[in-house]
Design a protein around this ligand. Sequence first.
Ligand code: THU
Length: 130
Amino acid sequence: MSISDKELIKLAQKAMGNAYAPYSGFRVGAAILAKSGKVYTGCNVENSSYGLTVCAERVAVFKAVSEGEKEFVKIAIVSSARKKTFPCGACRQVLYEFADELEIILEENGEIYKTTLKEIFPEGFKFRKK
Ligand code: THU
């Protein structure tokens, strides 16, 4: 049995506890379920050279891909704002590379909200060799 949306949100919340966000004060956590059944988590990691900051979603995906995963089922994203926190444009493109069928699970004041990557990022970029 695959992990529930609620459980995935809980893992994202736990990961948010590790957020390194001394500049923005905006803490984000993500948990992505791979088709293998394994979950990989991430938090945002900021830098004093601001542009080097990496979002929680990309940390989670890159951790997973570096462990050999290439296909994903769903991702949960939470933030310290306690409002629906959608992935930024850069993260949408990174997620699209590996999962155009991805479900996105968000949370606001304890309520779960679901959408899909297709819905929020309909025309991603894919490079194909001729
Ligand atoms: N952030 C994420 O971790 N994910 C997003 O999808 C949007 C933004 C982080 C980056 C930065 O550390 C902070 O939120 C404020 O932009």
